[in-house]
Design a binder for this molecule. Structure first.
Ligand code: C2E
Ligand code: CA
Ligand code: CA
Ligand code: CA
Length: 274
């Protein structure tokens, strides 16, 4: 059968309309997610590369929408665009600070902060209030900022990061190597840690280029006096290269997968679990 003229276009239009509808629905559901109790945090251990000791966790958000688990890689960008990120970010910060404050073992916790949230007026005051409210010492909190965040508004970002640091929290540059002008960012902003992006870590034991990049980032960190943590460590062989190169921190499925905090009870509350 010959297609009617214009039918392909109408099909396309309908698909577009559906997509827009899905998107609006997702924005709507996202705004309600925290209040409905659909959000939860999982924690992924970060270890010392040399000793293997767990030193802290990165908190990662999860959204159970109806029966489905939606990836933060999908919903965080949408939340940023529609403005829901502020409420979601506040929910996450309060939960993470509260969780970490209750651990009898004073491990640190790293939390991802969206650039949109970082530049919210009152963000630093909010974080300060949450630290007081939960009783979490600021030295146990690390804020992870992606590199791409830094190019949005240089001066406001710099001011926000300086004020965060003045509270006593540490600041990690996340996904290092994937953004723009990485090197000048390292000099301009008050970072305490560099996290090498998973794309350079994965297969670095097999790929000479990845290995060269990882080696130089570790050297860069050393020169700047900043510890380096490698993300996405999936094999013993990757881990041993990182160890040999003198990488300080490691995180990835080989160390531990993100999981609800109860999974790590023996670490967060040693002696408490029977
Ligand atoms: P990210 O901050 O770079 O987080 C690391 C991601 O890599 C996580 O994905 C983690 O589950 C995954 N991962 C860890 N180890 C491995 C590994 O060995 N292999 C592989 N293949 N993946 C590994 P996740 O949890 O899906 O989060 C995706 C992104 O969403 C995060 O990337 C972060 O940018 C964002 N995100 C997650 N939670 C939050 C949050 O609470 N707030 C904000 N603003 N963003 C968040
Ligand atoms: Ca991160
Ligand atoms: Ca990362
Ligand atoms: Ca990432």
């Amino acid at each position: 059968a010959k297609a009617e003229p214009g039918s392909a276009w109408r099909f396309f239009e309908r698909a577009m309309a559906e997509e827009l509808n899905d998107r609006r629905l997702m924005e709507h559901d996202l705004r309600a997610a925290a209040a409905l109790g659909e959000l939860f945090m999982v924690y992924q251990p970060q270890a010392c590369a040399r000793t293997g000791r767990i030193q802290g966790f990165e908190a990662l958000i999860r959204w159970r929408r109806g029966g489905d688990l939606v990836s933060p890689a999908t919903f965080i960008p949408i939340a940023e665009e529609c403005g829901a990120i502020s409420a979601i970010g506040e929910w996450a910060l309060r939960r993470v600070c509260g969780d970490a404050a209750s651990w009898t073992n004073p491990l640190y916790v790293a939390v991802n902060v969206s650039p949109v949230q970082l530049l919210d007026t009152g963000f630093v005051e909010l974080l300060h209030a949450l630290l007081l409210e939960t009783g979490l010492p600021p030295t146990r909190l690390e804020v992870e900022i992606t590199e791409t965040a830094l190019i949005r508004d240089f001066l406001r970002t710099l001011t926000a990061l300086r004020r965060l640091k003045a509270l006593g929290v540490r600041i990690a540059m996340d996904d290092f190597g994937t953004g723009y002008s990485s090197l000048s960012n390292l000099r301009a902003f008050p970072f305490d840690k560099i996290k090498i992006d998973r794309s350079f870590v994965s297969g670095l034991d097999q790929n000479g280029q990845s290995a060269a990049i990882v080696r130089s980032v570790i050297g860069l960190g050393r020169g700047l006096g900043l510890p380096v943590t490698a993300e996405g460590v999936e094999t013993e062989s990757e881990l041993s290269v990182l160890r040999e190169e003198g990488c300080e921190g490691v995180q990835g499925y080989h160390i531990g997968r993100p999981a609800p905090i109860e999974t790590f009870e023996d670490l967060t509350r040693p002696g408490a679990a029977a």
